[in-house]
Ligand binder design. Sequence first.
Ligand SMILES: Nc1ncnc2c1ncn2[C@@H]1O[C@H](COP(=O)(O)OP(=O)(O)O)[C@@H](O)[C@H]1O
Ligand SMILES: [Mg+2]
Length: 582
Amino acid sequence: MFHLKYLNKFLWKHRSLLIIGAFFILISNIFALYPAEFVRKALDSAVENISTNQNRNAKLILLKYSSLIIIFSIIKGIFMYFMRQTIIVMSRRIEYDLKNEIYKKYQILSVAFYKKNKAGDLMNRISEDVTRVRMYLGPALMYTINISILFYLVLTKMFSINAHLTYYVLIPLPILAISVYFVSKNINIRSEKTLEELSRLTTISQETYSGIKIIKSFNNEMNLFSKFVKHCKKYTNKQLYLVKIEAFFFPLIITLIGTSTILTIYIGGLEVIEGNLSSGNIAEFIIYVNMLSWPVASVGWITSIIQRAAASQKRINEFLQTDNEIKNYTNKSENISGNIQFENVTLKYQNTNITAIKNINFIINEKEHIGIFGKTGSGKSTIINLICRLYDPTEGKIYIGNENIKKLNLYNLRKTIGYIPQDDYLFSGSIKENITFSSDNFNEENLLESTYNAELQEDINNFNNKFNTIIGERGVQLSGGQKQRLAIARTFYKKPDIFIFDDCLSAVDAKKEHKIINKLKIACKEKTCIIVSHRIESLKNLDKIYVIDNSKMIESGNHEQLLKKRGLYYKMFLIQKKKKFD
Ligand SMILES: Nc1ncnc2c1ncn2[C@@H]1O[C@H](COP(=O)(O)OP(=O)(O)O)[C@@H](O)[C@H]1O
Ligand SMILES: [Mg+2]
């Protein structure tokens, strides 16, 4: 329950809907209460009139009260409609606010956070958990208010008629509430297990769809099929078990309500014989008891909704309180430019305890075009991650334009940098949408220039729909090289001051790679460029190349200077040259 406190700020924000809703509940209950009294009056006066042979009178009285009951029921219905329109609407609005808050947090959190947590879990925060919380804010809250008001009104009425009978009639109700609580808790546990099994099934099917090529080429269809059937059976069994418990639910409720009704008739009958009650009172009491029993049954149900919501809100709270490792400390909006300097920088990834770079020092002058060379796993991408401030260094300092990178406005920094990662991400949508992703202002000339610089113009011309070609989820309809060149075009379109290519030409053929790098040199003459690669061919014409090996910087210089050093660069150059001619 304590965890749900977090929602109070939202309840306060939407308090007007809540208060109006509660008011509607009160009115609808008042109109629900009177029909019972009408039934008693109708019965009593009809019996009296019939016993004195005034049948016509009796008919008129019955007609009058029946009409009154209908009118009151309609009014009650109208106010019930309003009560849903206010309280359920409120819960939807809070759901909206909460989802936005969670989504905002997702956007702020660092890359390290996403490496630690599974995407499915994260999705659940915003969908499943929020839905459960909404069930508390909507139905649970609405029925709680409703039950409180109803109990107050009905019990006052019952006690004012006959306290003795009231006590007896109420006996089965707590038993009803408690048993419903246990049954619905059981149902929830079971249905959760059923859902888990269902999501396992979904995962299997999803993996099958996305891995269909591999599955077919390995002739693995039957294996997967039997795996699917196995889980399907498990799911069915769990579902059947759930149905058994659910089947038990209604008879239980009906039996307990029935007990109350029988008690009313029996004890009430004794009271009538003693002259304490009229026979109309018994009918009135039966209606009251029925009015109470469903709400009492729902107490158990509401309790379990609230418990589930509390568990979900606990997870949401934990998520919202996650500390973001990469913080923006300033809102200064000045331009970021100048040299990029690493001073004794070390980075240890917390999740794997790998020290990816050790004591790195270098200065990249403004407008310089430099390369970073090294084998896979040597720490190249880590250096780039640090320049983009996706991580902060464990030791040492990074400066851009003589200002510590942590003191720069994070959003400005990201705007200044055009970064193309190794494994780039494309969004489902058209080529045009993907290239112009960085800006809302469309510029035709910029689009053409970017595609030209990324060597993508030919491919686009060959597509039927040109720029409007839909590339499918994650760009499945493109080849590896096309995807990489599209990502490069996207960065050209952004027109950043610092270009960073992180091994993003790996799937591009050598000829095109050469062309792209030459175009980059012309287009970005006035810009800082950092090109990361394990292919010397891509780097040899750059102003300066840094060689990284085993997390350390071991050599630097331009191509000629590095060859003369006869170190790792020279060795790799010979190997790669040999491969080229083999
Ligand atoms: N996000 C990460 N979390 C934990 N370890 C990482 C992460 N990224 C890279 N590493 C590890 O750091 C080392 C250097 O990786 P990386 O900088 O990507 O090398 P390169 O780009 O030169 O191939 C590798 O051992 C890799 O496993
Ligand atoms: Mg890398």
